[in-house]
Design a protein around this ligand. Structure first.
Ligand code: SAM
Length: 258
C-alpha cells in the first residue's frame, strides 16, 4: 500500500508557531523531505525529533522527485516541509504534490503559518479579495506583463520579495501604483517584526539598505477604469450601441404604456 504525503506547515520565524498536529505528524512519519535540510534540522532539534531527512529544492531534478515518489510507493509516510511556512506556496514542494497526485498517492495538508496570510491580516489593507502573485518574474517581458496586471487590478495584491531585490521592485512599482498604499510586512513573527506603510516612492526613499524578509501588500487600484472604447473592436463597439439602443426602445415602450 502507498504511503501518505503530508504537507506540513512550519514556522516563518517564531518557532512556537507550529501546530500540535504538525508536531505529531513530524514524529510519526518515516522520513522528512526538506528544502534545506540544515534549516529543518534546527526545527527538528528544537522539537526533539530525530528523523531521516532528504532534500528537495529549487535545483533538484525531476529524477529526485521520482525517487521520493518511489519511497511513497514502498509504503513510507513522508512529511514535506519548506524552509519556512506552508509548503508549495512559492517553493518547490508544488512539484512533489503534482507528481504524487499523478500516482494516486494520498496528499494530506497540515496547515499552519504562511507569510502572505500573516502579512495581509495585520496590514490594514482590504483582505476580502486579493491576488497573490508570489515573486515577480525576473524576465523583462513577463515582469512588465505582471506589473501591468498590478496596475489595472481592482484587488489587493500580495508579493514576496528578497531583500536585495526589494528596491528594484519598489522602483518598478512606483511607476504604476502612484498613490496606492503599500505595506511592507518585514520579519514577520520575529523580534524585529514591523509593518512599514507608504507609497512605493516613499518606501523607496525610506528603505536604504533593506534587511530581513519582506511581504509586499499593495492596496487595490481605486482609480476609474480606462476608457473602455479604447480597447473595443469595431464589432464590440457595434454590439455595445445595439444593446444601448434596444434598451432605449424598451424604455420608450414602457413609458408609452404608463
Ligand atoms: N512557503 C512560504 C510561505 O508559506 O509563506 C514562503 C516561501 S518563499 C520561498 C519565501 C518568501 O516568503 C520570502 O522571500 C518572503 O517574501 C516571504 N517570507 C517568509 N517568511 C517571512 C517572514 N518571516 N517575514 C516576511 N516575509 C516572509
Amino acid at each position: 500500500m502507498n504511503g501518505i504525503l503530508y504537507l506540513v506547515a512550519t514556522p516563518i520565524g517564531n518557532l512556537e508557531d507550529i501546530t500540535l498536529r504538525a508536531i505529531k505528524i513530524l514524529k510519526e512519519v518515516d522520513l522528512v523531505v526538506a528544502e534545506d535540510t540544515r534549516q529543518t534540522l534546527k526545527l527538528l532539534n528544537h522539537l526533539n525529533i530525530q528523523k531521516h531527512l532528504i532534500s528537495f529544492h529549487r535545483h533538484s531534478t525531476e529524477e529526485k522527485g521520482i525517487e521520493i515518489i518511489e519511497e511513497l510507493k514502498l509504503g513510507k509516510n513522508i512529511a514535506l516541509v519548506s524552509d519556512a511556512g506552508t509548503p508549495a506556496i512559492s517553493d518547490p514542494g508544488e512539484e512533489i504534490v503534482k507528481l504524487a497526485l499523478k500516482e494516486n498517492i494520498k496528499v494530506i495538508p497540515i496547515p499552519g503559518a504562511c507569510a502572505l496570510i500573516t502579512a495581509i491580516i495585520a496590514s490594514g489593507i482590504e483582505a476580502t479579495e486579493f491576488t497573490f502573485i508570489g515573486f515577480l518574474p525576473l524576465n523583462k517581458k513577463t515582469r512588465s506583463e505582471k506589473l501591468e496586471e498590478i496596475n489595472k487590478s481592482n484587488k489587493t495584491i500580495i508579493l514576496y520579495e528578497a531583500p536585495h531585490k526589494l528596491n528594484s521592485t519598489l522602483k518598478d512599482l512606483s511607476g504604476i501604483t502612484k498613490n496606492r498604499r503599500i505595506v511592507l510586512a518585514r520579519e514577520l513573527t520575529k523580534i524585529h517584526e514591523e509593518f512599514i506603510v507608504g507609497t512605493a516612492k516613499e518606501l523607496l526613499e525610506r528603505m536604504q539598505e533593506p534587511r530581513g524578509e519582506f511581504v509586499i501588500v499593495i492596496e487595490k487600484n481605486t482609480e476609474p477604469k480606462e476608457n473602455i472604447f479604447e480597447t473595443m473592436t469595431l464589432e464590440e463597439h457595434y454590439k455595445y450601441y445595439e444593446t444601448l439602443r434596444n434598451g432605449e426602445k424598451r424604455n420608450n415602450k414602457a413609458n408609452c404604456k404608463r
